[in-house]
Design a protein. Structure first.
Length: 375
C-alpha cells in the first residue's frame, strides 16, 4: 500500500500510540477537587503555556483544546460575530470547508462578507485584501498553507499590516497544514488553529491559540471547561498525546522538510514522462502538497484505478472532495480541463523514493490505458 493523501490525515507514530495508552493511567477527571485531578489540571495548564511558546505566541495568550480543527474554526468565527449588523468579514477563497462554509452561513444570515482574490501562484492577493479593510472589518481569516496546493501565505506579516490599517480587526489563520512543516510565528495573530492527526498524531484532538480569551464566546453549555468556551469533560490523555505530537513535529521539522522536498522534486521531474500533465503547485509552496492536473481525463477515474493498485491519492480537500468543482483552482483561474483532471499528492516522512517511483509508473500506466480507451 502506498499512501499519498497525507494532507487528509497521517499515520500515527508508534511511540505516540504507545504513550497514549500509558496516559490512560491518568484517567481521573481534571475537574474534580482531589489531589490527583488537581495535579492533572496543573499539568494541562503547563501544556497550554508550552504550546503557546512553541507557536511563538503572545505571552498573555492561551490555548483552547477542541476535538477537531473544524470545531476550533467554528468557535473562532462564531465568537467574532456580534449583534452589530455593520460588521464585515473577510475570507480567502482558499479556506478549508470549515471556514469557507461558515462564511457562506454568514452571507445567508445577511452579513457582509468579502472574499480575497487569489493569485495564479495560489497565494492570496495581499493588495486586494488590504483594500478591503475598513473601520467595520471585524475578522479576517486566511489559511496559512493551502490544503489543496500547498501555497503559503505569510500570515504573521499579513496580520501586522492588517493591524496597521485597523488595530481592532481580529486576524485568524488556519495552520493545520503548516505546523511541523514550516516555521510558525503567531505573535501578531489573534487566533491560530492546529490539529493532531495531520502531524502523525491521533484523531479527536485539535485546538487553537488565542491572544485574548475574553473575546471568545461559549460554544456549548455545560460544566464550563476550557474557560467556559467548550464544555465537556477534559480529555487529559489525548491532550498529553497532542503535546507530544506537537513537540516531535517541531523538533524534526527541518529534517522532514528537506526529505519531503527531495521526494517532491523527484516526482516533479518524473511527471514529465507523462504527456499533458500540468503542475498547479508553485516551487515555493510547501513541498508536502503537490497539485497536478491530468488533461483530458476525469481525476476520479484515475483515483479509482490507482486505488485498485492500492495507491491512494486525493482529489483535493478530503472534507469536500465529493462535491462538484474546485473553488480553489477556480480562484487560480485554472481551466475546466485542469479542474476536472486535478489530483492532490501529499507526502509524509513515511513515504520513500521507491514508493514515488512506483506511483509514477502506475500513474503512467493508468493514464495511457484511459486515454487509449477514449480514442
Amino acid at each position: 500500500m502506498i499512501f499519498l493523501d497525507n494532507a487528509s490525515t497521517t499515520k500515527p507514530d508508534k511511540d505516540i500510540l504507545e504513550n497514549f495508552i500509558k496516559y490512560q493511567d491518568d484517567f481521573f477527571n481534571p475537574g474534580a477537587l482531589y489531589k490527583t485531578s488537581v495535579l492533572i489540571n496543573q499539568k494541562i495548564d503547563g501544556i497550554r503555556e508550552n504550546i503557546v511558546n512553541l507557536l511563538n505566541g503572545n505571552t498573555l495568550g492561551s490555548f483552547i483544546f477542541t476535538s477537531t480543527s473544524t470545531e476550533a474554526n467554528n468557535i473562532i468565527i462564531n465568537s467574532s460575530v456580534s449583534n452589530n449588523k455593520n460588521e464585515e468579514f473577510i475570507f480567502s477563497s482558499l479556506e478549508h470547508p470549515s471556514v469557507y462554509n461558515y462564511a457562506q452561513h454568514l452571507i445567508s444570515n445577511g452579513r457582509k462578507v468579502h472574499f480575497v482574490k487569489t493569485l495564479e501562484s495560489g497565494e492570496i492577493d495581499k493588495n486586494h485584501l488590504y483594500s478591503l479593510i475598513n473601520s467595520n472589518t471585524k475578522l479576517v481569516s486566511i489559511i496559512h498553507v493551502s490544503n489543496e496546493t500547498g501555497a503559503i501565505n505569510n500570515v504573521n506579516e499579513i496580520a501586522t499590516k492588517i493591524k496597521e490599517l485597523n488595530s481592532k480587526t481580529l486576524v485568524h489563520a488556519d495552520g493545520v497544514q503548516a505546523l511541523g512543516k514550516i516555521n510558525v510565528n503567531v505573535s501578531n495573530l489573534d487566533y491560530y488553529t492546529i490539529s493532531s492527526h495531520k502531524i502523525h498524531g491521533l484523531k479527536g484532538i485539535a485546538g487553537f491559540y488565542t491572544k485574548n480569551l475574553k473575546l471568545l464566546k461559549p460554544y456549548n453549555l455545560g460544566g464550563g471547561q476550557e474557560f467556559n468556551i467548550r464544555s465537556g469533560t477534559t480529555n487529559a490523555p489525548m491532550i498529553f498525546s497532542f503535546y507530544d505530537t506537537i513537540k516531535k513535529a517541531i523538533e524534526n521539522q527541518k529534517n522532514n522538510y528537506n526529505y519531503i522536498k527531495s521526494l517532491n522534486l523527484f516526482l516533479r521531474d518524473n511527471l514529465q514522462l507523462i504527456d499533458d500533465i500540468v503542475i498547479n503547485s508553485d516551487l515555493n509552496n510547501s513541498p508536502f502538497v503537490l497539485s497536478i492536473s491530468v488533461l483530458g481525463l476525469n481525476a476520479e477515474t484515475i483515483l479509482n484505478a490507482l486505488s485498485e493498485k492500492k495507491i491512494y491519492v486525493g482529489l483535493g480537500s478530503a472534507c469536500s472532495s465529493k462535491k462538484s468543482g474546485n473553488r480553489v483552482l477556480e480562484s487560480m483561474n485554472k481551466s475546466k480541463a485542469e479542474i476536472l483532471g486535478n489530483l492532490r499528492i501529499s507526502f509524509s516522512k513515511n513515504n520513500t523514493k521507491e514508493e514515488i517511483n512506483e506511483f509514477i509508473n502506475a500513474l503512467k500506466e493508468v493514464v495511457e490505458n484511459l486515454r487509449e480507451k477514449l480514442k
